[in-house]
Write a protein that binds this ligand. Structure first.
Ligand code: SAM
Length: 252
């Protein structure tokens, strides 16, 4: 389970509770959120990709899908959480938390003195996450209703942002990843786990569902201001990439 790529891995803070509070229930607003000074707003790269999550009964239906053995990330969920390198007291964003497959395990990894912000755009999913966290006694979990172009998190409120099978559901990748960058403290990390998309290898249904291969995803994320730190290789159908928000004055 090597970490290929740059050796400039940032120090992981032993304690990281952030005082900044996320804005819960972010305002629905701004179709033109990414457009300032008359700039053209970013267009959706995948219109309607999340529509099925808003259908009646979706929380129940999708819990079964998200938490089924057929998903590689479900089978390897413990290894994925372990590979995040979390420490007690950290603040983590479970961004695109879905029905909460990772939320409580992340809460356990950061301990009661840490924070987990479960961000999603689907209120019914967040209700389920909140219920699960409550049942597990995970009082360090906060649900955050984000928007399609922005997380709804406070600036510099995270030590780690984690997106598992979410990137290919993001309709406005530049706006959104810029918002993720802002939510990280300088030196904070971003982990993106998502489906490989390889012509001739990946099955057709996934070629249709997943819009971009890993190389494009990396390019887009670098374009939002991140630097790539490395890649884990213990998954087969998914890649596991670690980026960071370089601190002020950092020279690559
Ligand atoms: C395939 S699910 C993955 C859920 C969870 N991460 C897991 O691995 O079980 C993708 C999730 O991303 C969410 N999502 C899509 N666009 C989003 C956005 N702009 N901000 C936050 N969540 C988003 C969807 O609502 C959905 O819950």
């Amino acid at each position: 389970m090597g970490c290929a790529g740059s050796s400039a891995r940032p120090e992981v803070p032993a304690t990281g509770r952030q005082s900044a509070t996320p804005s819960i229930g972010a305002t629905a607003a701004s179709e033109a959120a990414s457009a300032t000074d008359g700039a053209v707003p970013e267009q959706s790269v995948r219109p309607g990709v999340n529509a099925k999550y808003f259908e009646p009964g979706a929380a129940r239906t999708w819990t079964e899908v998200f938490e089924g053995e057929s998903r590689e990330v479900f089978r390897h969920r413990d290894a994925i959480v372990a590979a995040l390198g979390l420490a007690r007291g950290m603040a983590v964003g479970d961004i695109g938390a879905g029905t909460g497959l990772f939320t409580v395990p992340l809460a356990r990894a950061v301990g009661p003195e840490g924070q987990v912000y479960a961000v999603d755009i689907v209120p019914a999913f967040l209700e389920r996450v909140a219920m699960r966290a409550q049942k597990a006694g995970a009082t360090q979990v906060t649900t955050v209703l984000g928007e399609e172009r922005r997380t709804g998190l406070s600036p510099a409120s995270l030590d780690l942002a984690f997106l598992c099978n979410v990137y290919h559901h993001i309709e406005y990748p530049h706006s959104y990843m810029t918002s993720v960058l802002e939510a990280l403290r300088p030196g904070g990390r971003l982990v993106v786990v998502d489906f490989e998309r390889i012509e001739g290898v990946t099955k057709k249904s996934m070629l249709l569902h997943v819009r971009a291969p890993k190389e494009t995803v990396i390019e887009e994320i670098l374009g939002a201001g991140f630097e790539l730190l490395g890649e884990e290789d213990f998954l087969k159908q998914n890649y596991f990439l670690t980026f960071w928000r370089p601190p002020e004055g950092h020279k690559p």
